[in-house]
Design a protein around this ligand. Structure first.
Ligand code: XMP
Length: 510
């Protein structure tokens, strides 16, 4: 792998993703990992990420210069660039001044920046600067605030940049990253969906042998792709369970029951538990209570189905659609506050005693989608926007019942149809529609007064759902959605647009 050494800022995951986009497998490791351990992973290259703004900052992580005793190609970015310069005997000037944001780079040849336009926009965020490059390095660029903004030592296969090539503001950033990976480090771009599938299929066969495997489908992309992958590996040894809790959107249960089964041939047990879930949710308005009830009932239902199946064929493995960001974040060790109790299959009781199969553990979301497409899953399923486990229950502000679900389903379907018709599905991360079920407002329709409910449109753009911004959808599209909803959904007489970013708002309303 290419190791991305995390110096504690937000950038490591982004760098790792960019490396994967260049079709090279990458892994994130903490800066506290001893160099010997990094080298034991047999890295094709090591990328030192951004971090604090200065190597002189109190408590700034120290780079073990022992790294440079090995011949592994190294690329330093921002803080990693300074740390590299210092470890190799260059000088970092403790300026105390800052350069932040977009700036223009003056390139002076070299391999990394070869033939790129002069006056290249790059994204900077640093305090100190490298004043003198280490011996053997050629300085290849400067900016107004950084006399040494890039350097390289091609013989040693080492290079570094003061700016951030991984962010979109650095227009040629991905190109530079590729040049480091391909030209300087000499790595072949072999991380393709086909190869990933091949590797995973072999690994799953090895892990499972001739045992039986169970997978809970949620209707979402991750579980669908995980199951398809496992099915490709072990076929009939896999059984899937789909708990229909009655809180899905229009067409979603059918998509799982028909399209998915048709595309994969997977054996699927559908449990229609709508009655049970809605019964327990009756009259409940508190968001956390809704989430807890749904989580609890989900486990009960799934457990019952699992025991039933286990009686037929003894099940030893459970498939989970855990993704790489979850793995990185749970290994990060920073105790994050419980903002909302997220619900997934993770909370299964211990006495079921399954071993886990997590075939997506090393993958980012976009890679999972590419894999799903390569496995022949329907486009609509693979490109589906994220949808919360508790479903529409947390998009009805107020108590949940069949009538309200039905109203919200109609409005939600219109919003989705129009977004798709406008060709903007890929431009938004998610497009929740929220029913303010306990709010009424006065309207007029034809000659009559109406007294109906509002719905909120909540289109957001995001890279990872940790932060988000409201999507600037075209007004004409918003207008069309609004017109259709108020015309076609009888109980709704008002449509409003949520223009809150996250933070301070969350994506969902509950
Ligand atoms: P928030 O509302 O916290 O949502 O900004 C962040 C992302 O998580 C999704 N979400 C959930 N997903 N179970 C899930 O599987 C949940 O309980 C849950 N709650 C929120 C939300 O749709 C968004 O993508």
């Amino acid at each position: 792998p290419v190791l991305v050494v995390d110096f504690g800022a937000q950038y490591a995951q982004l760098i790792a993703r960019r490396v994967r986009e260049a079709r090279v497998y990458s892994e994130i490791v903490p800066h506290s990992m001893p160099v010997a351990e990094m080298l034991a992973k047999n890295p094709a290259a090591i990328i030192l990420s951004g971090g604090p703004s200065s190597v002189y900052e109190p408590g700034a992580p120290v780079l073990d210069a022992g790294l440079f005793d090995s011949e592994v190609p190294v690329f330093g970015i921002c803080y990693g660039f300074q740390a590299m310069a210092q470890a190799l005997g260059g000088t970092v000037a403790h300026t105390g001044s800052r350069e932040y944001g977009r700036t223009l780079l003056t390139a002076q040849g070299g391999s990394l920046l070869r033939d790129l336009p002069a006056g290249l926009p790059v994204w900077m965020s640093h305090g100190d600067s490298v004043a003198v490059a280490p011996a053997g390095f050629m300085v290849t660029a400067s900016t107004p605030g950084a006399p040494v903004a890039a350097f390289e030592d091609l013989a040693a296969r080492r290079a570094g940049v003061q700016f951030h090539p991984e962010v979109a503001h650095t227009e040629q950033g991905q190109e530079m990253l590729k040049r480091f990976l391909y030209d300087i480090a000499g790595i072949e771009p072999t991380w393709t969906p086909g190869n990933i599938i091949e590797d995973q299929v072999a690994a799953i066969r090895e892990q499972v042998g001739d045992k039986q495997v169970l997978c809970a489908l949620s209707g979402g992309v991750d579980s669908a792709v995980a199951a398809a992958l496992v099915h490709k590996a072990i076929g009939d040894q896999l059984t899937c369970v789909f708990v229909d809790h009655g809180l899905l959107r229009a067409g979603e249960a059918e998509q799982v029951e028909k399209d998915y089964v048709a595309a994969t041939g997977i054996r699927l047990k559908v449990v229609d538990a709508a009655e049970q879930f809605l019964g327990h949710l009756a009259g409940v308005t508190d968001p956390e209570q809704k989430r807890k009830i749904i989580g609890r009932e989900f486990i009960r239902t799934f457990e019952a189905a699992a025991r039933e199946l286990d009686a037929e064929r003894h099940i030893e493995f459970l498939v989970q659609g855990t993704l790489y960001p979850d793995v990185v974040e749970s290994g990060g060790g920073t105790g994050t506050a419980n903002i909302k109790s997220h619900h997934n299959v993770g909370g299964l009781p211990d006495d079921l005693q399954f071993a886990l199969i997590e075939p997506l553990r090393t993958l980012f979301k976009d890679e999972v989608r590419a894999l799903g497409a390569a496995l022949g899953l329907p486009e609509a399923m693979v490109q589906r926007h994220p949808f919360p486990g508790p479903g529409l229950a947390i998009r009805i502000i107020g108590a949940v019942d069949r009538e309200r679900l039905d109203i919200l389903r109609q409005a939600d379907l219109i919003a989705r149809e129009e977004l798709t018709a406008a060709g903007l599905d890929r431009d938004v991360w998610q497009f929740p529609v929220v029913l303010l079920a306990d709010v009424r407002s006065v309207g007029v329709q034809g000659d009559g007064r109406t007294y109906g409910h509002p719905v909120v449109l909540r289109p957001v753009s995001s890279e990872d759902a940790m932060t988000a911004d409201w999507s600037r959808l075209p007004y004409d599209l918003i207008a069309k959605i609004s017109n259709r909803i108020t015309n076609e959904v009888r109980e709704i007489n008002r449509v409003v647009l949520d223009v809150t970013s996250k933070p301070p708002g969350t994506i969902e309303w509950e």
